[in-house]
Design a protein. Structure first.
Length: 169
């Protein structure tokens, strides 16, 4: 089971740290999505790696068992908003990229909804406690937003930003 005070590591770093193309690609993604450091990118890559690994393992199962588990995996990914619909297949799961995971982060969604002026402003709003989901304050910019939670993202009621919204309207 394991010690609850010592959770499992959520990320795996690169196997070879000094590949120029990968380093340049990481810097572009960090700037494009407003990430704090490469560890946040590695968390998204590891999450994607585990999803794709489970999809590859499903391909090796017998047909009747594979269909049941495939539906469960696809349903979970659709609920997270990573896949567009439940008619998706394992090929769609295997073709996912790290950008699809980064698009589901709270920081990105707050910016795209227009609650923040930039990705860095969105990150600051979240960490300072100005954003809530389903009536609960969330302070983690890396929180993966589910599809049904996306419409409930608003400012926290005691936030000074909500007063600015009221003045504008």
């Amino acid at each position: 089971m394991g010690d609850p005070k010592k959770p499992r590591k959520k990320w795996e770093g690169p196997t070879h740290p000094w590949i120029r193309e990968r380093l340049q690609e990481e810097l572009i993604l960090i700037g494009q999505y407003g990430l704090r450091n490469k560890k946040e990118l590695w968390i998204a890559r590891t999450f994607l790696k585990r999803i794709r690994g489970s999809a590859r393992r499903l391909l090796a199962l017998p047909e009747n068992e594979r269909i049941l588990r495939e539906k469960a995996l696809i349903k979970r990914l659709v609920a997270l908003g990573i896949l567009p619909s439940e008619e998706s297949t394992l090929d769609d799961v295997l073709s996912l990229t790290v950008e699809t995971i980064l698009e589901r982060r709270l920081q990105t969604i707050v910016y795209k909804k227009g609650l923040a002026k930039s990705l860095f402003h969105a990150r600051q709003l979240i960490t300072h406690g100005h954003i809530m989901i389903n009536g609960r304050r969330v302070r983690s910019p890396g929180h993966l937003v589910k599809r049904d939670e996306e419409n409930t993202i608003t400012f926290y009621p005691l936030s000074p930003y909500i007063k600015q919204l009221e003045k504008e309207q």
